[in-house]
Design a binder for this molecule. Structure first.
Ligand SMILES: C[S@@+](CC[C@H](N)C(=O)[O-])C[C@H]1O[C@@H](n2cnc3c(N)ncnc32)[C@H](O)[C@@H]1O
Length: 189
């Protein structure tokens, strides 16, 4: 199986995965910044983890959904790059085990929890490392046109972007890539 056919499979099953644009962004980013060790939150069927492994990274990746865990395992088994991937089949919000330290933390999971993920995993970032968050535009939805639950998510994402912009230890750049991406560089401990 190729990454292209895995992408096609994800799209056919309506599994949300990184866009082609985000794929290319990450590829350049990983090479430019010599990223080796990556922590990912949100494996789904394994596409972005396999993509980053193909760029030469070692990935530890969290997934909490039983079905996705089985799908990811099945796909990892089909790629040689699987030796660079460790699936952590746990909820990243409550996980307590050892992890190591990372050059990049890629957050692509429940949007309502981005700030909690950020704060919980910040200590696992090497000095000068990066936290990248995907899907910050949330399809450019506006509060007037969505239900109360989605309005709550929009409020949280808005507050999260302010949190990033004002964080004293990180310098954040927002990119109009895919569905909106932030790159936060850890500049102070
Ligand atoms: C957008 S998908 C990830 C897509 C994947 N990164 C890719 O591009 O191929 C989000 C995934 O995050 C998982 N997820 C959400 N909250 C999580 C949590 N607290 N811990 C672990 N996984 C979580 C969901 O089950 C879902 O499969």
């Amino acid at each position: 199986m190729s990454l292209a056919s895995l992408r096609a499979y994800a799209l056919s099953k309506n599994v949300p995965i990184i866009t082609d644009e985000v794929y290319r962004f990450l590829e350049v980013f990983v090479l430019e910044h010599n990223i080796k060790d990556v922590l990912e939150i949100g494996t789904a069927i394994g596409y972005s983890a396999l993509a980053m492994a193909s760029f030469g990274c070692n990935i530890k990746t969290f997934e909490r959904d039983e079905f996705m865990i089985e799908e990811a395992k099945r796909h990892f088994d089909l790629f040689d790059d699987q030796k660079h991937i460790t699936l952590i089949p746990f909820d990243a919000l409550t996980y307590q085990g050892d992890l190591g330290m990372f050059d990049l933390i890629f957050i692509d999971a429940a949007k309502s929890q981005y700030q909690t993920f950020f704060n919980k995993y910040d200590p696992y970032l090497k000095p000068g490392g990066f936290i990248v968050c995907d899907n910050l535009h949330f399809h450019h939805l506006t509060p007037e046109k969505v239900n109360r639950h989605t309005q709550g998510l929009l409020r949280k994402l808005k507050a999260f972007k302010i949190f990033l912009a004002e964080h004293p230890h990180f310098e954040t750049t927002f990119y109009d890539v895919g569905d909106g991406l932030s790159v936060s560089k850890k500049v102070r401990k």
